[in-house]
Design a protein around this ligand. Sequence first.
Ligand SMILES: C[S@@+](CC[C@H](N)C(=O)[O-])C[C@H]1O[C@@H](n2cnc3c(N)ncnc32)[C@H](O)[C@@H]1O
Length: 252
Amino acid sequence: MPAARDDTHFGRRAVRLDEKQGLVNEVFHSVAGRYDLMNDLMSFGLHRMWKDALVAKVRPSPTRPFAHLDVAGGTGDVAMRVAAAGGPLTVVTVVDVNGDMLSVAKERAAKRSFSKRLTFIEGNAEALRLPDSHFDAYTIAFGIRNVPRIEDALKEAHRVLKRGGRFLCLEFSRVDLPVFDRIYDAYSFAAIPVLGKAVTGDGGAYRYLVESIRKFPSPDRFAEMIAEAGFARVDFTRLSGGIVAIHSGWKI
Ligand SMILES: C[S@@+](CC[C@H](N)C(=O)[O-])C[C@H]1O[C@@H](n2cnc3c(N)ncnc32)[C@H](O)[C@@H]1O
């Protein structure tokens, strides 16, 4: 049966749109403390390379003021990379709906002396409490898949970017290489929840991860959604055989 307009998915489960955010929040509340370790283990460290590739596209200015927004910023991985790549006038605002993830981010930023250039806001990607046309670039890494109303988040991204600003999204995508797709599926469904249970105590959180990746729109459809939100010159790059993709669009 097709999903009703107010329905969405939480992993494989059909849920009401207004139910999903609470379920997602439980997942990240449960894994926040061991989130970074788990990322390294399950991706064999590859998530670092994917985030480097994302930040290479941001290209914050080393000399001029650069206002960056990282939404669903979690433990601050992308925000700190942007701050490190930019100059002293690069400032990064990190928005995440989950205070537990932001607490880890704040601690990490303080240890790396980035606190002065990073601002943390607990808030929702669907309704940013931020001014219009303010940011030079917007990133969202492994976040958009968790947002119940993706269209609203994309419209908000467009609203808060300056003209000439760039939207960049790093997200799990579709592996479409024969044989590798079956190995990847077997690894995802059999190993990741078991690893998640062993490391974080919550296998269900990582089952949600694997299932939600399969429910996310195809890279072509997601590119259309970005264009529908008003972005121009939308394109995407697949990395690591399509395990992830980086989508990009410009506000012109
Ligand atoms: C998989 S983590 C990604 C964290 C970080 N960007 C990274 O790449 O390591 C997903 C993050 O999205 C956040 N999130 C989920 N729904 C959100 C929403 N509606 N608005 C803002 N953040 C959200 C979660 O709290 C979580 O921190």
